[in-house]
Write a protein that binds this ligand. Structure first.
Ligand SMILES: O=P(O)(O)OC[C@H]1O[C@](O)(CO)[C@@H](O)[C@@H]1O
Length: 345
């Protein structure tokens, strides 16, 4: 089985952006609020059963292809359901600051949302304007009642002033554990790898087209606020969430781009040129530049900058030839066993 080419799959959203995705993927944005593309997604937006789903060039839902031949796509038993690929990959092209928001962990999702995944996520910075930052975790512990009041007053300035501000550069990776407050400045273009859900708690809906009623997962703030951490994320803990491997050029080895703490959830690598062989396994490949081929015993696929592929396990071990550069996203180490054994929160 060979990798499947995926046409652009832009997603309309509640924040501005999308021109850099359009340029990379060779499309005209339909609106100025098209800031995300969901790559190889077999999950849809919260509240929708279609938006976000990847469709192949032949018009098939990737979800249906995976369901029909799970062993070939995933090569392992288990997962949330027959279409589960263990990760969701997005391009995220912000032209305004994203709202301060939070995602639940697996325990909360299991007990309130009937889902074994939470939404731990990680960002890999592709491009940024000067002095753009991400905002991750609280600098000091915050009081829960005060946070409720600031949320009700939509006091985003207070929230940001209490959060860690990290100026980013291309090639930086940032892991955002579930329950951690976060926001992304306008001007940043990144690849995001996350657990395959769309569970968000918006603390600051007023800078978006979203409403308060759309901000608490239909569960009410009283229910969701306990999954918003009010603890401090201190300097050492923040350091452990940041990687800088990608600030030097990609080489012929598949190089891990995210902090080690991301490994149980998802992995992201880059490589370029005539690469070493990569193990078999489901992967999402973004060709970030150049041209070449993905080659395995199952065949060869010509690739060029701007393309996205879903690579099935049954493609086997593969390598890159030519002068293409790729980003490769893969499920976490030990997945899907880790989904049920309670070792990942
Ligand atoms: O999860 P929401 O509410 O769509 O938030 C907007 C975006 O923010 C992110 O969580 C990044 O912080 C994206 O995964 C998401 O699409």
């Amino acid at each position: 089985m060979r990798p499947v080419l995926l046409p652009p799959n832009p997603v309309q959203h509640f924040y501005l952006g999308g021109d850099r995705i359009a340029a990379l993927r060779g499309i005209e944005p339909e609106t100025d609020r098209q800031p995300e593309e969901w790559l190889a997604s077999t999950v849809s937006r919260f509240g929708s059963d279609r938006v976000g789903l990847a469709v192949t060039e032949d018009g098939d839902d990737l979800r249906d292809l995976v369901r029909a031949d799970r062993a070939a796509w995933v090569g392992a038993r288990g997962g949330r359901d027959a279409a589960d690929l263990g990760i969701l990959v997005k391009l995220l092209d912000a032209r305004q600051r994203l709202p301060v928001h939070v995602h639940p962990d697996r325990g909360f999702a299991a007990s309130h949302l009937d889902c074994p995944y939470g939404k731990t996520e990680a960002w890999y910075v592709l491009e940024t304007e000067d002095d753009c930052a991400v905002h991750v975790g609280w600098k000091r512990p915050v009081d829960r009642d005060e946070l409720d009041r600031r949320r009700d007053a939509q006091d985003g300035e207070w929230m940001l002033a209490h959060m860690n501000r990290v100026v980013v550069r291309p090639g930086m990776g940032v892991l955002v554990p579930a329950e951690t407050v976060h926001a992304i400045d306008g001007g940043i273009f990144l690849a995001e790898v996350q657990e395959p859900t769309d569970f968000s708690i918006l603390l600051e809906w007023s800078v978006t087209t979203s409403t308060r009623e759309e901000s608490h997962l239909d569960l009410g703030f009283d229910t969701v606020m306990p999954s918003v951490s009010t603890d401090a994320l201190d300097a050492d803990a923040l350091d452990a969430l940041i990687s800088t491997a990608g600030e030097t050029p990609a080489g012929t080895r598949f190089r891990s781009l995210l902090p080690a703490a991301a490994d149980p959830y998802f992995r992201l690598f880059d490589a370029a040129g005539e690469t070493e062989r990569r193990e078999a396994g489901f992967a999402v490949v973004l060709v970030s530049g150049g041209a070449g081929a993905m080659v395995s015993d199952a065949g060869s696929v010509e690739v060029e900058g701007g393309q996205v592929y879903a690579v099935p396990h049954a493609f086997g071990e593969w390598r890159l030839t030519g002068d293409a550069e790729v980003l490769v996203a893969a499920p976490g180490a030990g997945w899907p066993i880790t989904l049920r054994d309670g070792s990942v929160r």
